[in-house]
Write a protein that binds this ligand. Structure first.
Ligand SMILES: O=C([C@H](O)CO)[C@H](O)[C@H](O)COP(=O)(O)O
Length: 185
C-alpha cells in the first residue's frame, strides 16, 4: 500500500473512533474545566505528548493549566481538575498519581478506552475513547496501526475538540488566543 493510502485509512479509523465518543461525557468535562481553579493533565509516553499539546492550548485560552511531571507544575488541590489520558487505564505511574489525587480530593477525569480500568475506577467520571490499547492482544478493536496509535490520535482530536467547544462557550477566537502565544521561540 502507498503511504498516502495508509494515511487515508488512518483518517477513516479516526473518523470512526471519534464518532463513538459520548457528547454528554465530553460536555461534562468542558464544564469541569470551566469550573476548576486549576487544570492538570497527565499521560505516559505518546499519550503524554497529547497532554502537552492540550495544556498548551488551554494556556492560550487563559486557563491555569499544567502538565503533570514538569518542573513548574504546582500543588493539586480539592478545587482542581486532573485529566488522565490513558488508553489502557493501567499505566503504573498514572495509577499512583490518580491514587494521590483521590486522597487530596479534587476532581479526576479518565479519558480511556476502559472506564472499568484501575484509573477509570479511581476517577470521578470517565470519557470513553474507542481504540485498541498498546497491548493489542487484549482487544478485539480493529486497527491497522501499531499499539495504541489510534487511541493516541483520538485523544489529540478529542482534546482539540474540547478547546473548540470551550472557545465557543467563552466567545474566544484564534486571534484573541494568539495574544497568549509564546513570543520567545
Ligand atoms: O507511548 C505509548 C505507546 O507508544 C503506546 O502506543 C503510550 O502512550 C504510553 O505507554 C502510555 O500508555 P497508556 O497509559 O495505556 O495510554
Amino acid at each position: 500500500m502507498k503511504t498516502t493510502e495508509f494515511a487515508a485509512t488512518i483518517s477513516e479509523e479516526l473518523q470512526n473512533s471519534v464518532g463513538l465518543i459520548s457528547d454528554e461525557e465530553a460536555e461534562r468535562l468542558v464544564d469541569g474545566i470551566l469550573n476548576a481553579k486549576k487544570v492538570f493533565v497527565a499521560g505516559g509516553g505518546r499519550s503524554g505528548f497529547m497532554a502537552k499539546a492540550f495544556v498548551m492550548r488551554m494556556m492560550h485560552l487563559g486557563i491555569d493549566a499544567y502538565v503533570i511531571g514538569e518542573t513548574v507544575t504546582p500543588t493539586f488541590t480539592k478545587d482542581d481538575l486532573l485529566i488522565i489520558g490513558s488508553g489502557s487505564g493501567e499505566t503504573k505511574s498514572l495509577v499512583s498519581i490518580a491514587e494521590k489525587a483521590t486522597m487530596v480530593g479534587g476532581t479526576i477525569v479518565a479519558a480511556t478506552i476502559y472506564p472499568q480500568s484501575t484509573i477509570g475506577s479511581l476517577a470521578t467520571f470517565t470519557v470513553t475513547l474507542p481504540g485498541s490499547p498498546k497491548d493489542q492482544s487484549e482487544s478485539d478493536y480493529k486497527t491497522i496501526q501499531p499499539m495504541g496509535s489510534l487511541f493516541e490520535q483520538t485523544l489529540l482530536v478529542f482534546y482539540d475538540a474540547l478547546i473548540l467547544r470551550f472557545m465557543e462557550k467563552q466567545g474566544l477566537d484564534s486571534g484573541k488566543m494568539y495574544g497568549n502565544h509564546a513570543n520567545l521561540e
